[in-house]
Design a protein around this ligand. Structure first.
Ligand code: HEC
Ligand code: HEC
Ligand code: HEC
Ligand code: HEC
Ligand code: HEC
Ligand code: HEC
Ligand code: HEC
Length: 505
């Protein structure tokens, strides 16, 4: 597989011409490109895009190379009635950028570490395999219907389409570049917003993109070729709190003003963050990025949404928070972030391809790159070497050690949460049977359970690195969660007289 990876080199220029020729149906002489350019009066009406295009790496391309029928559009009496093709398929970019295209679509089933990796079939690796009490802890939530270990970017939309749980259009912002790009605007006859119907949106996404959904123009402006973000939820969060609310010196006001490290992390923050998407307890559909660390989430959801944004737990009958995948928020304040790494540093390493340094677009566990590096494979890489001088094998073993410690700690919290659920349920049962229950103690118990639940579910189940991205923070929060869950259990039992208060308290 790696052996077939192609090279971008001076050939690119030739390819440019060839593709142009193919799409234009003309010969491959540079003079023709000039001739096409002379015909293109796009700038008259599309000034900003034409300027972006002319000033950057794609200036050698004609507009019609990506918008084949644009001349007919331009010459029409009403250009708005003869719209040119707007093609989001990765094949368009891949025709000239073969290496990035091929690596982006790599997916090798198999397990790099113990806690990560890509299952061949997502249904074979439900999250309950790693977290056996999960369905009890989130009882009543849609995720109990099906929730699997993540696969590679090659299957972003496919795995969402196939999963058996309720879906809505807002979720598609992280599964489809079309949805993210046109969110808030008209897209093929419907307006994309919280009230759009999921299946009507899916029907408008080209079939060829139903597996991967997220394309090159999610992170690259096709005209300027610069890195960009298009997700509106993230943009709104940045407008309110800056690009990194937990690092004042780096907290630029917009993506464009951010430094390279922040930009690279923001690309991933379009999706690898906690957000509220979909109907809450109050049936209201929201699409909001909280853009906060776990320690600030509970207060925020209480004040902002009255805790109605997610669901009511089926056993304790109280609202709880269901997190998404907060890789970015956990990464903030980590030793890696503070020493200059971004998500791209470890997950998109630079590799040498026939003398050129290119960026691998295979978004996978870095342990897979380390294994490849040790075996001398073409797509092997050791990005960690920028900061570490130990051998790749030793460093990998250290990663697994850190993850094992986190896993052991989280297992105890999982058990404590399960027992706190039982205690709250028992107290409520007493209450329903008409027995006296100290409401104040029971409320305290529920409150502590909510906070403990949030920390465990957010940091170890929804977050995908089993603590690696910031072990110190995860261990601290799990420690607190353990304490809160046990207190919740005790207070709930006390509230219903199911256990007597110890004298010493
Ligand atoms: C006389 C003005 C005019 C010229 C010249 C013109 N366009 Fe347009 N273009 C429009 C209008 C009007 C629209 C529709 C805008 C809208 O709906 O928001 C449009 C839309 C587009 C779209 C978006 C299509 C879509 O479905 O969203 C593309 C792509 C485009 N033009 C490319 C080009 C290119 C490439 C050229 C040069 C070959 C060009 N245009 C020349 C007026 C023009
Ligand atoms: C490398 C391929 C490529 C080239 C070259 C290219 N475009 Fe585009 N264009 C796209 C893609 C992809 C989109 C979809 C929107 C996005 O991702 O920003 C797009 C969208 C557009 C739109 C619609 C913007 C909107 O928001 O509705 C216009 C207008 C447009 N292009 C004009 C041009 C003009 C004018 C040129 C030449 C100066 C040009 N394009 C060259 C790929 C290209
Ligand atoms: C017809 C060929 C062609 C197509 C199609 C094409 N590109 Fe390019 N691209 C080039 C050339 C030529 C360069 C400049 C030389 C280089 O960097 O390899 C370039 C450069 C780039 C760069 C590097 C910019 C830099 O400053 O380093 C990015 C990123 C890029 N293209 C993204 C895209 C994306 C995304 C698409 C699809 C929307 C696309 N390209 C489609 C030919 C193409
Ligand atoms: C998740 C975001 C993301 C997506 C999606 C993405 N890229 Fe990139 N791309 C990057 C980053 C980050 C870089 C490195 C930029 C840098 O070092 O300045 C990069 C670099 C590039 C470059 C410059 C040469 C290089 O290898 O460093 C090209 C060309 C490119 N990408 C093409 C593509 C193509 C083609 C696709 C779709 C198949 C794509 N990208 C999808 C993030 C992305
Ligand atoms: C548009 C949304 C989006 C963006 C942007 C995005 N991701 Fe993802 N990513 C996903 C989704 C969704 C999945 C899960 C896919 C599945 O299970 O089918 C995923 C999966 C992954 C995986 C797991 C792969 C595996 O084999 O298990 C890694 C690693 C990853 N992404 C890293 C990144 C990094 C690093 C960035 C930024 C450079 C990034 N992603 C940008 C949506 C995104
Ligand atoms: C210092 C290197 C490093 C940085 C920086 C980093 N990661 Fe990771 N990431 C890892 C390691 C190591 C793992 C654990 C992989 C495993 O268990 O196989 C991991 C795991 C993941 C996973 C789960 C992969 C899987 O196979 O299921 C995702 C998704 C992910 N990271 C996304 C991100 C995002 C997004 C960022 C930026 C906020 C980021 N990472 C920053 C090293 C890093
Ligand atoms: C930008 C610099 C940087 C990069 C890149 C980086 N690290 Fe680190 N890493 C650090 C720092 C700083 C520490 C803490 C100080 C120390 O232990 O040397 C650390 C510590 C560690 C530890 C010990 C963690 C603990 O909690 O005991 C492991 C394991 C580790 N790194 C693995 C990796 C792996 C694997 C990669 C590549 C995928 C990587 N690092 C990339 C900076 C980096």
């Amino acid at each position: 597989m790696a052996g077939r990876l192609w090279v971008l080199s001076s050939v690119v220029l030739m390819l440019t011409m060839l593709v142009a020729a193919k799409w234009q149906g003309s010969s491959s002489q540079p003079a023709d490109i000039a001739a096409i350019k002379a015909q293109e009066a796009c700038r008259d009406c599309h000034r900003q895009i034409s300027t972006n295009h002319a000033q950057n790496a794609h200036s050698g391309l004609t507009c019609t190379q990506c918008h084949p029928n644009a001349l007919e559009h331009q010459d029409a009496d009403d250009p708005a009635k003869v719209l040119p093709v707007v093609d989001f398929r990765a094949e368009v970019c891949g025709s000239c950028h073969k290496f990035q295209y091929e690596t982006y679509f790599m997916s090798e089933p198999g397990v790099a570490g113990i806690y990560g990796g890509t299952p061949a079939n997502p249904h074979d690796h439900p999250k309950t395999k790693d977290f056996p009490l999960y369905n009890k802890i989130v009882a009543g939530h849609g995720f109990t219907k099906e929730y699997n270990e993540d696969r590679s970017h090659k299957f972003i939309l496919r795995d969402h389409i196939d999963v058996k749980r309720p879906k809505n259009a807002a979720c598609l912002n992280c599964k489809s570049t079309h949805v993210a790009y046109y969110w808030g605007r008209e897209f093929k006859g419907i307006v994309l917003n919280e009230t759009a119907k999921w299946d009507e949106v899916i029907a408008r996404i080209p079939k060829e993109m139903h597996d991967y959904g997220v394309s090159c123009n999610q992170c690259h402006d096709p005209h300027s070729t610069q890195l960009r973000i298009i997700n509106k939820g993230l943009k709104a969060a940045i407008a309110e709190r800056g690009v990194n609310p937990y690092w004042q010196e780096k907290n630029a006001k917009s993506f464009e003003e951010a430094d390279k490290q922040q930009k690279e992390t923001l690309l991933c923050a379009q999706c690898h963050v906690e957000y509220v998407c979909g109907p809450g307890v109050d049936k209201k559909v929201r699409f909001v990025y909280s853009w906060r660390k776990v320690r600030d989430l509970d207060d925020f959801y209480r004040s902002e949404f009255n805790y109605m944004q997610d669901w009511v737990h089926a056993i304790i009958e109280e609202p709880l928070i269901k997190s998404q995948h907060p890789e970015v928020e956990l990464f903030w304040e980590s030793k890696y972030e503070r020493s200059g790494a971004s998500c791209v540093t470890c997950h998109m390493p630079k590799v040498k391809v026939n003398g050129r340094t290119l960026t691998s677009h295979w978004l996978v566990s870095p342990l897979r790159y380390i294994d490849g590096f040790v075996k001398g494979e073409r797509l092997g890489a050791f990005p960690c070497g920028q900061c570490h001088s130990v051998s790749p094998q030793i460093l990998k073993a250290q990663v697994l050690r850190v993850q094992k410690h986190v896993d052991e700690a989280q297992k105890r919290v999982q058990q404590a949460l399960s027992e706190s659920i039982d205690a709250i349920a028992a107290a409520k049962k007493s209450q329903k049977e008409g027995k006296t229950v100290n409401e104040q103690l029971l409320r305290q118990a529920v409150r502590l359970h909510q906070i403990a639940h949030l920390r465990w579910e957010n940091l170890v189940v929804s977050e995908n690195s089993m603590g690696f991205h910031n072990p110190e923070e995860v261990m601290k929060e799990l420690n607190e969660a353990m304490d809160y869950a046990r207190q919740a259990q005790m207070l709930a039992l006390q509230s219903a007289g199911l256990v007597t208060k110890p004298e010493s308290q």
